[in-house]
Ligand binder design. Sequence first.
Ligand code: GDP
Ligand code: IMO
Ligand code: MG
Length: 442
Amino acid sequence: MPITILIGAQWGDEGKGRVVDWLAAQADIVARYAGGDNAGHTVALDGEVYKLHLIPSGILHSNVVSIMGNGMVINPVNLVREIQALRRVGVEITPERLVISSRAHIITPAHVALDKANELALGDAKIGTTLRGIGPAYLDKTGRAGIRTGDMLLDVEEFAEGLIAAIELSNEDLRARALEPLDAQAAAQSYLEAADFLRPYIQDVSIYLYKALKAGKSVVCEGAQGTLLDIDHGSYPFVTSSSPTAGGALTGLGVGPLYVDRVLGVAKAFSTRVGGGPMPTELHGAIAEHFRGSGANFWDEFGTTTGRPRRCGWLDLVMLRYAVGVNGLSELMLTKMDILSGLDELKLATAYEIDGERHEYPPVTNEQLERAKPIYETMPGWREDISNCRSFGDLPAAAQAYIERVVELCDLPIDIVSVGPERDQLVMKTAAPATPVKLRNL
Ligand code: GDP
Ligand code: IMO
Ligand code: MG
């Protein structure tokens, strides 16, 4: 497996972190390629719960190199905090184990302030961002006004000057909106300390990966966010500002498409979304509460990064089919199947009805999407606790039928489903589910 790309097939929080952790056991390198600390990836391991925001989920495997790609936007102060928090619980992090691209963009304190200001100005029409400065940082990147991680390799004064100039530029924006500007000197100080810490970790990731791939190493690209939050392919403007889809892995790391032999989509067995924007199968009431949980368990549907309750609904096959196409998925994996236990019946949205017409794929405009009425197919539920099942045959017949129906509706294999958050809580359909669907001769 030269490159496996793993992407979220819904609106994020599909369980990517736990799947990457599982894939990492067979990989040499795990690489994040998009987003920043808006992501929150949870890995549960022997009773310990790790919540990763910037560092790839492969870090928990001692023989894996973790890479942060050029497609990411990085808040260096938060990254240092994350490294230190992981070290405190015994995770070894060295420049040999963590490589940061010199071409990733830096999130400044001004980006964070602007993110908040933008959301405030939008009022009821707000995106519902994670307030981590993601949008403003990508705006500066594409506007060619950003500062990059590689700039931390400059001499300290030069980096400080660039940083202060960037913050002052954003301050003009804040002043224009009658908001308090930042003290650029003070804000820069903590970044200079972070730069000192991070300097040994920074290098050219694209060349690093090229050499590794040439040497036969295997790479798992860890998607953040999800297909329906993609800047191009999501329900714009209710999206993030990067490309979480499969294409983003290539540009976000600087690797070529011919090395990719597997594109694995992860979807929850139901739908969740956090933040604003259309969600045709959203539910309110008892079933939504069942999916969300009370918040007492770490896996309940409350944001890993922001703690916000996630919106919940039935599995939406229209959106999933779209994700299959946009990413060219080779297979799908379903997570949180255990949460479906205890419901009398389950619904799958197989199509939408809009103005009397049936749609198998999402409509073109958000306005139509807001009016879309899901067409449901009802399936029997099951009562049994399935969290101890480990093979497909152990699952109740109704659970097997649910998975098989998703396979039919998406026209993709599902060989693995998860039935609990722990590393080993996986149900395998076949003895060797990880076989690549196609392997090219390179
Ligand atoms: P990510 O952003 O895609 O990595 O997902 P998050 O970590 O934000 O959210 C997924 C949540 O579901 C986490 O709390 C996981 O521990 C949890 N989780 C993942 N798979 C399963 C599963 O099969 N069953 C249960 N109950 N929880 C799961
Ligand atoms: P992981 O990687 C779920 C959502 C936000 C908001 C929109 C824009 O854990 O799946 P942003 O701060 O990126 O400008 O917010 O995107 N969002 C996520 N939702 N999981 C995530 O990451 C998300 N990252 C961003 O809620 O709707
Ligand atoms: Mg998450």
